[in-house]
Design a protein around this ligand. Structure first.
Ligand code: BGC
Length: 767
């Protein structure tokens, strides 16, 4: 059975109402409906995102059935830490090829929700706390996957930033925050890479379920961003199916047991749903079927060895070297194994991916201990702790104590390489984390080992930030591995031995205290509502605004060499009415030099700030980054461009993007808090004229170069107070926020009558 795009009009004419409705939901957990009578086949959509999870036997949702073996790449938290779009494209190509070879039409990912709180249980599946970074990395990933002739599902659209109550919660987010923080990564990927599908989220946004929100699914996604693909529900996210079809939700997954299909039929019959809305959704399902069939004619094969090597490279690039006192890393290969011990069960039993729908059945799984042994490095090992199912598990204390004692004996006078991290139960789809801490047994082990060891190296396996403030003094070096996928073990060994140099950078801040994260005041909400009260101040934006101490800032990451930043040059502007959104307005150049003795990758980052802004602003926001491989002593220039859109904020009055004139601060450096290069320049842009009404204040009128003098003149003696030669500046300041409509009503100025004010409003209000 083959359907092509040109068949769609004919099929729409031939399908019965019932058949059309049936096409709008799944036939089972993973497949769309077939209509055999007309030769319309079913296609399969399956998880995702960092590997293929195609269940082999009967389908079930929770991953209880084994899925076919597939390459398990680092989860998104790791991929996000690479800051490496080219790598993401290559990972995408490999994922796409495996998807195609397994006869699957759509891989359900990537997930690009913002990491609003480090406690979100699903942060391991998300890329970053910053929309620029998430969008710049997810777009090539999507392009890579789709280059193989299979689709992606960009998820979870939108404002799905917690797992608590995820199927009901209403994320109460103001418009500017949605536009500047929660939507731009989706916008970037949609406009640049056209994912075949977008998956709407479970939650409500400002009271409306994402699955039936016409503003989200049609006005923004299609009319503004030009999305051409299909919108699929998250699994079970449909509330009112008929409202969903009208709003732009094309495909409901999984099957709803015919219940919603019948409702759709009924709604069309009763006139509650326009048949045109139904046809539009059916056409999009048929289009998905047609485009997926085109490539599946030649399913291709999977090179598992090459993909394992790519997974190793990705895991290597994902790791972030947080700290490296006195060059503790890399280790001297020659002195191993005599001087070194490996401690921690996670070295033998890796924690390499997160729990829930993204769980992949890896083609291979190599632990760090195995990887060392494969290189002939038979390093002594002690497990150090029981790999608990829960960090607070009762009844393990005794064995932890025994294991700790044994580890301490082994580590005395040696270099101790400790593998610590979060147990699987601590972070998962479906629920949020309760705290940021490592298990107490891991911290106690570290303290005791560090007291006797020569040097202490900590490697962390976790899917989202863990607090380090209370224990990092015990570690000479800390290497954050995230959830490194099936080749995370060999990647860790490559980095330990210096066969590869760390090049990851933090895509999420590591706060010193959880309480300093602004979102925590409103996380995870109550009574079905979570208020995003911190507004645009998530992640480093908030931490930098309050000046809270962080253990490691967004963008941070060391390597085995050092870099210097110099020669900042900034030029450009002005913004005019004619400047297009994508037109380059400002160019920023700098030179980065490798000042150390080893090769390494610098990741110069560009941040912009608007120091005199009249709006609430983060001190700085990421707007560019690059990855430069530099040999010792090598210098290379880097250039960034800032478009009009990069310099814009969302204006809630005009409901559009707008550039504020005034000072523009440009900084370049190694993290949001290490910015050696800074320049401030004036940015000219057309001043936005707010529409003037009776409810505009005296101050707003006076600020307008034409309307101001007119109002001052019309207010007679009272008006003189607001002029340049004010006789009473303090009184003027006192009255400046009074709406002008009050002036005649309160008898402030006899000269300004209700009628003269109406004339002024007619003249200046709607220019
Ligand atoms: C998850 C999605 C996933 C889907 C299918 C849902 O529970 O939120 O991310 O793709 O299940 O497994």
């Amino acid at each position: 059975m083959v359907v092509t795009v040109s068949d769609i009009p004919r099929l729409l004419a031939e399908l019965t109402l019932e058949e059309k409705a049936s096409l709008l939901s799944g036939s089972d957990f993973w497949h769309t409906q077939a209509v055999d009578r007309l030769g319309i086949p079913a296609v399969m959509l399956t998880d995702g995102p960092h590997g293929l999870r195609k269940q082999a036997g009967a389908t079930d949702h929770l991953g209880l059935n084994d899925s076919v073996p597939a390459t398990c790449f680092p989860s998104a938290a790791g991929l996000g830490s690479t800051w490496d779009p080219d790598l993401l494209r290559r990972v995408g190509q490999a994922l796409g090829a495996e998807t195609l070879a397994n006869d699957v039409a759509v891989l359900l990912g990537p997930g690009i929700n913002m990491k609003r709180s480090p406690l979100c249980g699903r942060n391991f599946e998300y890329v970053a706390e910053d929309p620029h970074l998430a969008g710049e990395l997810a777009a090539p990933l999507v392009e890579g996957i789709q280059s193989q002739g299979v689709g992606t599902s960009l998820k979870h659209f939108a404002a799905n930033n917690q797992e608590t109550d995820r199927m009901r919660i209403s994320a109460e987010v103001d418009e500017r925050t949605l536009r500047e923080i929660y939507l731009p990564a989706f916008e970037k990927v949609v406009t640049r890479a056209q994912p075949w599908t977008v998956m709407c989220s479970y939650n409500r946004i400002n009271g409306t379920y994402a699955s039936q929100d016409p503003w989200l699914l049609t006005d923004v996604l299609r009319s503004e961003w030009g999305f051409e693909g299909l919108v699929v529900s998250d699994w079970g996210a449909v509330d009112d199916r008929v409202a969903g079809v009208a709003a732009g939700l094309d495909l409901e997954m999984p099957a709803s047991d015919g219940i919603n299909d019948a409702r759709v039929v009924e709604a069309v019959r009763s006139g509650d749903l326009a048949e045109a809305d139904l046809d539009r959704a059916v056409a999009r399902v048929l289009h998905l079927v047609a485009r997926s069939q085109a490539a599946r004619a030649e399913p291709g094969t999977t090179d598992h060895e090459a993909n394992h090597a790519l997974a190793r490279e990705a895991a290597t690039r994902a790791a972030v070297l947080l700290k490296n006192d006195d060059g503790a890393l890399p280790l001297e290969r020659g002195s191993l194994p005599a001087t070194t011990v490996v401690i921690g069960e996670m070295a033998r039993t890796p924690r390499y991916q997160g729990a829930g729908s993204s769980q992949v059945n890896p083609t291979r799984l190599v632990s760090a201990l195995d990887a060392l042994r494969e290189q002939g490095l038979d390093v002594p090992f002690a497990p150090g702790y029981v790999l608990a199912e829960a960090s607070t598990a009762v009844g393990q204390e005794r064995s932890d104590v025994d294991l700790r004692r044994e580890a301490v004996e082994l580590a005395t006078g040696r270099t101790a390489v400790l593998f610590l991290g979060l147990p699987a139960i601590d972070e998962s789809e479906g629920y949020d984390r309760a705290h940021l801490d490592l298990p107490a047994s891991h911290i106690a082990l570290l303290a005791d080992v560090a007291a006797v060891a020569d040097r202490t190296i900590v490697l962390l396996s976790n899917g989202s930030a863990v607090a380090v403030a209370d224990w990092q003094e015990h570690a000479d070096a800390i290497l954050e591995l995230w959830l490194g996928g099936q080749a995370g073990g060999p990647a860790a060994v490559d980095l330990l031995l210096g066969d590869a140099a760390p090049s990851g950078r933090l895509a999420e801040s590591i706060p010193e205290r959880l309480a300093d994260v602004p979102a925590q005041l409103n996380f995870p909400g109550e009574n079905g509502v979570v208020r995003y009260g911190e507004g645009i101040f998530i992640g480093y934006r908030g931490l930098d605004a309050t000046g809270a101490a962080v253990s490691y800032p967004f963008g941070h990451g060391l390597t085995y060499t050092t870099f210097a930043y110099a020669d900042l040059a900034v030029d450009g502007g002005p913004v005019t009415e004619a400047t297009g959104a994508d037109d380059v307005v400002v160019r920023v150049r700098a030179v980065v030099t490798n000042t150390g003795g080893r090769a390494g990758a610098a990741v110069p980052q560009l941040y912009v700030g608007r120091p005199d802004s009249l709006l609430a602003r983060a001190p700085r926001e990421l707007r560019g980054f690059a990855r430069l491989e530099l040999a010792p002593g090598e210098s290379r220039p880097v250039e960034f461009t800032l478009t009009r859109r990069d310099l814009s904020h969302w204006d809630t009055v005009t409901r559009g993007w707008s550039v504020e004139p005034g000072a523009l601060e440009v900084s370049v450096g190694a993290s949001s808090r290490d910015l050696p290069l800074r320049a401030v320049l004036p940015l000219e842009a057309p001043a936005r004229r707010a529409p003037l009404t009776g409810y505009s204040t005296i101050g707003e009128w006076v600020a307008d170069p034409e309307a101001g003098p007119a109002l001052i003149g019309a207010m007679g003696e009272f008006g003189a107070m607001f002029g340049p030669d004010s006789p009473d500046a303090s009184m003027a300041a006192f009255l400046t926020s009074m709406p002008v409509v009050k002036v005649p009503l309160m008898g402030m100025s006899r000269a300004l009558t209700v009628e003269t004010l109406e004339d002024l409003i007619a003249r200046y209000g709607t220019r």
